[in-house]
Design a protein around this ligand. Structure first.
Ligand SMILES: [Zn+2]
Length: 223
């Protein structure tokens, strides 16, 4: 008998098995690999401070939630969360050191107050991505409470100015790069990082050539 992860030999009495719904479901594991596999997501229920971890081998939520890897390209991606009991009421991107951090903290505080006030059963999930500075913050509410839950999410968002485009700046491009794109594509009236990302996506394979052409023109204008 060998551990499915580290291939260490195991005695029958030392065997662990991956939890139901996880990547290693039913697979033989050693104690270390079972417990120390890096968490994919951490679940927090209502005001309970106890974090419940979901890894490739363990599901401490006992089936309430499951995660799967969502790849955005061969090297990048994030963990997507799912549930049979709960519905997704909101998802936010938490970016470390980003200016939206405080706003999202305020949103988190506000929405929990509103949920408590209205007796909503909810869970917050923080899921990892391939980028150490980025994680998803998924807010789930009990399926049967999803309508009221969503209304309260909208209310909390209005109070913290959640939809203001200023929070979504400088996620892909930093200030200088963004200003440069704004300058090179005046007809696009780019305001946010998302506008710039959309433009680059639209240009696709031509993005680099187009950028270089415009930079050349700019230089010639200057002379
Ligand atoms: Zn092992």
């Amino acid at each position: 008998m060998r551990c499915s992860i580290c291939e260490e030999r195991l005695k029958k009495t030392e065997a662990y098995f991956g939890d139901k719904g996880t990547f290693y479901e039913g697979k033989l594991l050693c104690e270390t690999c079972y417990y120390e596999d890096e968490p994919c997501a951490t679940v927090l229920y209502k005001r309970d401070d106890q974090p419940y971890v979901i890894s490739h081998a363990r599901d401490e939520t006992e089936g309430d939630f499951s995660v799967s890897w969502h790849s955005t390209d061969p090297w990048r991606g994030y963990y997507e969360t799912k549930s049979e009991k709960y519905s997704l009421a909101n998802t936010a991107e938490l970016l470390a050191y980003h200016e939206s951090e405080q706003m999202l903290k305020d949103f988190d505080e506000k929405i929990r107050e509103l949920f408590d006030e209205h007796g909503i059963d909810y869970a917050r999930i923080f899921a990892r991505s391939s980028n150490v500075f980025f994680q998803n913050y998924d807010l789930f509410v009990r399926k049967e409470q999803v309508l009221l839950g969503s209304l309260l999410v909208a209310r909390a968002k209005a109070e913290v100015d959640y939809n203001n485009p200023k929070w979504y700046k400088n996620i892909v491009f930093d200030e200088d790069a963004l200003n440069k794109i704004v300058e090179l594509f005046p007809e696009r009236q780019i305001k946010t990082d998302q506008d710039a990302t959309r433009l680059i996506e639209e240009l696709g394979d031509n993005a680099l050539t187009e950028l270089q052409n415009r930079m050349k023109c700019k230089k010639n204008d200057g002379v």
